[in-house]
Design a protein around this ligand. Sequence first.
Ligand code: SAM
Length: 271
Amino acid sequence: MTEHYQHRARKRFGQNFLHDAGVIHRILRAIHAKPGERLLEIGPGQGALTEGLLSSGGTLDVVELDLDLIPILKGKFDSNANFTLHQGDALKFDFTSLNPAPNSLRVVGNLPYNISTPLIFHLLENASLIRDMHFMLQKEVVERLAATPGGGDWGRLSIMVQYHCAVEHLFNVGSGAFNPAPKVDSAIVRLVPHATLPHPAKDHRLLERVVREAFNQRRKTLRNTLKALLSGEQIEAAGVDGSLRPEQLDLAAFVRLADKLHEQTTAAPAH
Ligand code: SAM
């Protein structure tokens, strides 16, 4: 059979198309979509995962930026009543416009590496709508997402994503599974938003601020890097040893520091 369309992969859209049937099946098995579920695929490309997602019997919305891929996707999937195509930038896409029930949306994507982190944060703005997310990412990014305190991978990304989600590094994928082959290894990660936040901060923005300041100079002690925000006494009062470095602190300790900062910013002025 001749192909009607020939698409050349574009670097600026981060296009590395999956062609390894074994890897595609493994991803679909990990997602295990069922009839009636609400699925959302970011960057369907030429449809490597789309096909299997649709055959689950779920309803599938896809968001693709590259105009040249739109006719290819329409040609393959438009006849399926469960398929809806949105052309545009997933970073600007309003996920509430899909009207999903709370905790229902299952998000999937072999993501362009340059947008993966901002996209995860964009999706987490509506975490209450999301049941789970399965992403193919650069392996190194997955290691940072799934990191535990104490090691070099533990940092801003780990903390701010684990604040909202349970993270599972499912499996690695070598570059030969893609066309063209990327220069780096990839991995599949599962993110499941917590039904109830295990360590809720009084003000999420203050948590972001404390974590950013602390990791700006990750070799220095907390007493040093946080001194513009909290005194040594306040750090101790939050139950944190100020002589530690940021990578030694778990999420709960960062939340205690952020809440201490909140206490200070909301305290009545002294007379
Ligand atoms: N899912 C396909 C696969 O596995 O073969 C394609 C994966 S490719 C790594 C990433 C896809 O995301 C491309 O189709 C690209 O055009 C699309 N894309 C890039 N930036 C995007 C954005 N900001 N919003 C939506 N899609 C985007």
